[in-house]
Design a protein around this ligand. Structure first.
Ligand SMILES: Nc1ncnc2c1ncn2[C@@H]1O[C@H](COP(=O)(O)OP(=O)(O)OP(=O)(O)O)[C@@H](O)[C@H]1O
Length: 466
């Protein structure tokens, strides 16, 4: 649908700012300016009502990040929703998991999307609530790791207001509440893969970014002991864990993805309109009906052959997206895709401390972190992790065991999107495009700085990527 303004034609879905006599995209407009820009008088009121603007259920975590969730929503986001004619039902949470429980139990009729105002933990609550609700309604058991989960009909919007906003950063390219609000208003739709994590026949959690055993598990466990330090705890804990120089025994089995479709080392980036993800949409939803024809990704005939490796690892990581963040501009796996139905499995074998430091350091630069003799990366559909015989799962956590060479070692824990898992032996499966976000991926022109900041504001020394 096109809106004609004097002699200029622009797609309605792309218009976010209007002034008499000219039309321009104003992604970083301040709220004070939006009155005259956004409505533009009768013309906008008429046109806006013809487009389908979402009905939203909004959850605000008042304690996320710097505790500014409420302020961010009411001063920056709500005025834009109001101007766009969006009706929103706002719930300020009073406890952890309130949003998840609401989504699992309450009437959601009439809502097009759920918005979380908070950080990655809050996003995870929404994710678990919506996936759980959708499976309940479809009569599917989340505890069965072989079941093809039903995609969620409601979109998720993220208004970043946490101390970690990695999912927002990885799907929008910047951490900015106004930009995210505009993606919601426009009704952008970005599919996202989700990894289910099971122990035996019980669902443990869902993950969209990092599942890490070894180094990343230890850093999370260590940082939990130092929460009082604030965000600095991650740097401190990273240093302490690095200095402890640990490696862990394990058996990793994985189900490779089709190597003809893409590779974790093809040096491409998953950007807005990514062709690999678009082909996956066509494969998963051939009749373009997301909710009626979900492809059974785990049918036994299409599964392929599992590969098994055993040894000692510095870390074992599985990531469903690049997992880029301001500290690691290109991310854990720079060529990973948001919505291709696969994850990247990164195996870092035991090595000398300087080698491992080199690997870690390369995450902060554009150097290829996989181009090291002790590192492997595989694009996979599923991963199983188990302990070699002789190591007891019951002894998980930080119970010390004595390794063969006599030095003291520990079992590690799994870091699942910032939460510690209570099991070591797990089965992970990637569910292609299980949820949709109000986002459009990282735009080519916008991906100027991978730290998400503009040229003059970047203090990370991050590398400019075109
Ligand atoms: N009202 C509440 N009181 C306490 N905890 C809450 C409340 N609402 C949500 N939570 C929980 O707070 C956790 C952290 O929230 P969020 O992700 O928004 O902030 P964050 O600052 O990024 O978190 P983190 O400190 O983990 O980095 C989430 O796991 C969520 O379940």
């Amino acid at each position: 649908m096109y809106l004609s303004v004097i002699k200029v034609s622009v797609p309605v879905a792309e218009v976010v700012g209007v002034e008499e006599g000219r039309v321009e995209i104003l992604p970083r407009k301040s709220v004070e300016d939006t009155d005259k820009d956004f409505t533009g008088g009768f013309l906008w009121e008429t046109q806006v009502s013809q487009t389908s603007r979402p009905q939203l259920l909004v959850f605000i975590n008042p304690f996320g990040g710097k505790k500014k969730g409420r302020k961010i929503y009411h001063s920056l986001v709500a005025p834009l929703f109001e101007l766009a004619g969006i009706s929103s039902h706002v719930i300020v949470t009073e406890r952890a998991n309130q949003a998840r429980d609401h989504l699992l139990k309450k009437d959601l009729k009439g809502f097009d999307g759920v918005v979380c105002v908070g950080g990655d933990g809050m996003f995870s609550e929404i994710l678990h609530g919506l996936i759980g609700r959708t499976q309940q309604e479809a009569g599917l058991s989340e505890n069965d790791p072989t079941v093809a989960l039903q995609p969620c009909p409601l979109h998720i919007g993220i208004i970043p207001a946490g101390s970690t906003d990695c999912v927002c950063y990885a799907t929008v390219g910047v951490i900015d509440p106004v930009t995210s609000a505009l993606h919601i208003i426009i009704g952008d739709s970005q599919p996202l893969d989700v990894c289910s994590v099971h122990q035996a026949s019980a669902l443990m959690r869902y993950s969209v970014s990092l599942l890490g055993y070894g180094f990343y598990g230890d850093v999370l466990a260590e940082s939990e002991k130092h929460r009082w330090m604030g965000p600095l705890r991650y740097d401190y804990s990273g240093t302490m864990v690095y200095l402890s120089n640990r490696s862990y025994a394990g058996i990793v089995q994985y189900l490779p993805a089709d190597p003809l479709l893409s590779s974790p080392r093809d040096r491409t980036r998953c950007l807005s309109g990514c062709s690999v993800c678009s082909r996956t949409t066509e494969r998963l939803f051939p009749h373009s009906s997301v909710y009626s024809s979900h492809f059974n990704q785990f049918s036994s005939d299409s599964e392929g052959e599992w590969v098994s490796v055993e040894g000692r690892f510095r870390c074992v990581s599985l990531t469903c997206m690049s997992s880029s963040c301001p500290k690691s501009p290109l991310g854990l796996s720079p060529s990973a895709h948001l919505a291709d139905g696969t994850g990247d499995l990164i195996l870092v074998w035991d090595t000398h401390p300087l080698g491992f430091l080199k690997f870690l350091y390369r995450h902060t630069s554009t150097q290829d972190q996989f181009d090291l003799p002790f590192v492997e990366v595989h694009r996979v559909k599923a991963v199983r992790f188990s302990l070699p015989s002789g190591i007891d799962e019951e002894e998980r956590g930080y119970i010390e065991t004595v390794s063969r060479n006599g030095s003291q070692q520990h079992l590690s824990v799994w870091n699942c999107d910032g939460e510690i898992l209570s099991s070591t032996e797990i089965l992970c499966r990637i569910h292609g495009q299980l949820v949709r976000l109000y986002a459009r991926g990282i735009e080519e022109g916008a991906a100027v700085h991978n730290c998400g900041k503009e040229n003059d504001k970047c203090q990370m020394g991050c590398t400019l990527i075109k």
